[in-house]
Design a protein around this ligand. Structure first.
Ligand SMILES: *Cc1c(COP(=O)(O)O)cnc(C)c1O
Length: 407
């Protein structure tokens, strides 16, 4: 696979990605090398590709493209975001200690807690919005810090520069899950990250039709280690899935532009709504991490969370009344999604961990898609009206019950 031409803009490099892969027929669309095995010419040496778990040209084209976007030396595409998380964690010896941001992805928390219970890895969850908490959590056996910024679902921002400096001084690895922003909006390797992971299921593919993941490494040595782990455990991704993700990537710049524009409009609308207690979107001036986000991100992304007023019935009414927003987990696809983290995306988290991270049942998460924004606002408006009506009815019922009791 030819290296991307660095003199071209990212958007152009993405459009051209994979084009030079087919030496036989020069197809403009990257071929799907749907093969498990490759022929050897003789027994003198191994061909460039021998077996698709270890390497496949379609996957390699995607890996080169994502490594280029993140500014890494190389990347390994795997079967899911969790496979990417597991591939990185597989690099640490038994007994290693990892410090992890306390509101990380629920699946990451579940895997780390499982490893901890098995005695494989030890983990400390810390609120890394204050980087001092990293310094305070360090032990002699600490091998890495795991960061997600913006966090999920409350979109807290962690200072990548400061965490990177502490990690460097402590000689531990700095790992960032960059799923929420994509490399077009944030490049953790520029802040010293050794590994960046993504669930490509989300923005990178962007069409909610593939589950995939990637590990990007800062150095070639780290890339080789990640490749060894993915090949050894068999986590690598299939040719067809790799092809779909590469196709999705080509429109990432224009998709993100629309996601962000819509997200900001939706966030501003929610902020002005009386039924909404608080809106979490780093693009809002009212967001705690707004200035920090501005300094380390080139955009604010398409995820918006908010705390809605109302009881269980009202929240249920809101979640089941939207017609454009689909009630579903996941994020980053072209279509808008709505969900309740406490019962859906973060259900795998321990209840205490969830509480500590501030994920109450009243928190609603939106993945704002690329539809016409007027339809999105109108949809939220009518669903919030339904929720408000449910609240009003239950208040009336309580009042009348109270009156009856008096009599
Ligand atoms: C979805 C997600 C993952 C896990 O990815 P899968 O593709 O679902 O395995 C990891 N981290 C973040 C931030 C995610 O949103």
């Amino acid at each position: 696979m030819a290296s991307p031409n660095p003199s071209l803009h990212t958007q152009t490099r993405l459009t051209l990605a994979g084009q030079q892969t087919d030496g036989a027929y020069k197809s403009v669309s990257l071929p799907i090398y749907q093969t498990a095995i490759f022929r050897f010419d003789d027994t003198d040496g191994k061909p460039q590709y021998d077996y698709s778990r270890s390497g496949n040209p379609t996957r390699a084209a995607l890996e080169t493209t994502i490594a280029d976007l993140e500014g890494g030396a190389g990347a390994v595409c795997v079967a899911s975001g969790m496979a990417a998380v597991a591939t990185v964690l597989a690099l640490y010896e038994v007994g290693s200690h990892i410090v992890c941001s306390h509101d990380c992805y629920g699946g990451t928390e579940r895997l780390l807690t499982w490893y901890k219970n098995q005695g494989k890895l030890d983990v400390t969850y810390a609120d890394l919005t204050d980087p001092l908490n990293l310094a305070l959590s360090l032990r002699p056996e600490t091998k890495a810090v795991w960061v997600e910024t913006p966090s999920n679902p409350l979109l807290r921002i962690i200072d990548l520069q400061k965490v990177g400096e502490i990690a460097r001084d402590a000689k531990i690895d700095f790992i960032v899950d960059n799923t929420f922003l994509s490399p077009l909006l944030q490049r953790p390797i520029d802040f010293g990250a050794n590994f960046v992971v993504h669930s490509t299921t989300k923005y990178l593919n962007g069409h909610s039709d593939v589950v995939g993941g990637v590990v990007v490494a800062k150095t070639e040595e780290e890339h080789q280690r990640a490749h060894f782990a993915a090949n050894a455990t068999g986590a690598t991704s299939a040719p067809f899935d790799s092809w779909l993700v590469l196709r999705g990537l080509k429109t990432l710049p224009i998709r993100l532009r629309q996601h962000q524009e819509n997200a900001l409009t939706v966030a501003r609308y929610l902020e002005s709504h009386s039924g909404v207690k608080k809106v979490f979107y780093p693009g809002l001036e009212s967001h705690e991490g707004h200035e920090l986000a501005k300094s380390q991100q080139t955009g604010f992304g398409g995820m918006v969370s908010f705390e809605v007023n109302g009881d269980t019935a009202a929240i249920r009414a809101l979640l089941t009344s939207t017609k454009v927003f689909t009630l579903a987990e996941s994020l980053g696809g072209v279509e808008s999604l709505i969900e309740q983290p406490a019962t859906m995306s973060h259900a795998s988290m321990r209840a205490e961990a969830r509480e500590e991270a501030g994920i109450t049942p009243n928190v609603i998460r939106l993945s704002v898609g690329i539809e016409h924004v007027d339809d999105l606002i109108a949809d939220l408006e009518q669903a919030l009206d339904v929720a408000l009506e449910v609240t009003r009815c239950s208040t009336l019922k309580h009042k009348s019950l109270a009156t009856t009791n008096h009599v």
